[in-house]
Design a protein around this ligand. Sequence first.
Ligand code: HEM
Length: 605
Amino acid sequence: MASAAQPRTTVTRECSSNHQASPARRSTSLLRTAVPSIQNSFSCVSLRRTSVRRYLRLRARSEEDTDADNGGKSIDVEGAGRSAMAPGWMTSLQRNWGGDGDVPVADARPEDIQDLLGGALFLPLFKWMQEEGGVYLLPTGPISSFMVISDPACAKHILRDYKNYGKGLVSELSEFLFGDGFAVAEGELWRMRRRAVGPSLHKAYLEQMVSKVFSKCALQLNEKLDSAATSGEAVDMEANFSQLTLDIIGLSVFNYDFGSMKKDSPVIQAVYTSLKEVETRATDLLPTWAIPLPFRLIFPRQRKAYEAVKIIRDTTEELINKCKAMVEAEADDMFTEEYLNEADPSVLRFLLASREEVSSTQLRDDLLSMLVAGHETTGSVLTWTLYLLAKNPEKMALAQQEVDRVLEGRDSPSYEDVKDLPYCMRCINESMRLYPHPPVLLRRALVPDELPGGFELIRLPVLLISCPHRAQLSPLPAKAAGHTQSLVYNIHRSPKVWDDPDEFIPERFGPLDGPVPNEQNTDFRYIPFSGGPRKCVGDQFALYEAVVALSVLIKQYDLKLKANQEITMTTGATIHTQNGLYMHVHRRNQSAAASQSEEPVTVAS
Ligand code: HEM
């Protein structure tokens, strides 16, 4: 996959310990050594109080280490801090307890689990898919498992059946952030709010966004990169994309300019920290986050998560109040889905002007859902697309030729132009196959069910505490599960599903005048926006945003990877790099000369 003309830059896919200890990874060392001692202390099922205290002390210290050491990056990739997965004794207990079920059980060894700490959670899940196949059980406690789905037919079955599969765990784990927001709400509340919010992203709105917001912000990023083009200094494009997409989502949802490309916005770190906390909660051995609020805050990680959510909520509320005052001051205009306020086409204004009966908390949580769901996702898509194009200069050349042909003398595309940029669109699509955000989708079976292939799913019984995958009142047959994880990453990378799955081949989706790939026309082999009723509401928005941003950038600049950087994956809902994506920026007309002066190149796998 790597071309001989590329500087040495590796993406580390294995979460092994053989790479250099970055500051972020060094800070996990205490917890790494803590985990085996926790395992030893917990040698029987009942938790001894002293062990718990010792664990909590070690954990608090590890969290404090994390506070002090973020490696000087714009994003502290650890978010609020680390978690500990279920240790080996739990997994082996469950394996030994298993009944005679047909579903294979992942051989989750303690070293795999320790390797997960601070890494990309989905990578060991890929390894187990290779060992166990498209459907397997991942033990997460003495009597509980996740059923890990890496098979398109099973994913289709689950994702389309919203009635019998709820968001479950993901709603519970992220309630502290989204509240009742429709991204995690269930049942009638979700149906009602999706019906109210979905229409705000109509075609006329999108047209306005392309010209008024996406292009404008993308051009601002180009302007900002100009100084790097002059100085030749490498810039972190991941951080730049994160700022770009925050500014875009702020203007599109609230008509508010975060101006994060010009000055640091605390919202970026707050969104990252909160999303990382959701993930961390999913793998916590001891759920400190389930302790009642005032006591919970003695844990530094919980304090940081709480402060992050406060920043996001306060910002959202402030913006709602501003817009409310303006809308209330206006006459009671007729407001239909077709109507678009030229001066302020934002989603917020749409919702306020539609005069729907909705509590202010619900409105805040819905808008916050849009802000969080629409920010890092598109930022990460742009990061990995640029990375892949830089590693594949012949594909970059094709994308640039297309942009030059369509835009001619213009700097940015119109709404109509986007349809004439199918190669750029395919590059985005292919990047989302290789790096899906999020890489894992969680569901809970609400009724017993059988998946295609005869795999049995049972309903979970009453839950003991709000950490359901680990605490159940009644014993379950261990070789059955009520939770599923649809591994988008595994499906997208499976050699059974795709030819040359690890290669970046934008052409793989068929002729450029064919349809943009989605879950329907690939029969759920390609599900970057999920599928079924809970499919991403912002998919078209995101695709237009990404194509506009990419085309504006590569029209003006050639971007080359900084030599000798190691690009390691981590997750915080989206797939992030651990240390940024550093690139040299060259103005297109100067780039021929610049590429000759690139450092000597070493080929990496
Ligand atoms: C490339 C960028 C994006 C990706 C990869 C992405 C991906 C996803 C995925 C996979 C889901 C479904 C999760 C599940 O089934 O459990 C989802 C849901 C959602 N997304 Fe996106 N998204 C993106 C951009 C956006 C944008 C720009 C917005 C807002 C303007 C947005 C708003 C939402 C909302 C509100 C939901 C929840 C929908 C519901 O539950 O009804 N997303 N997204």
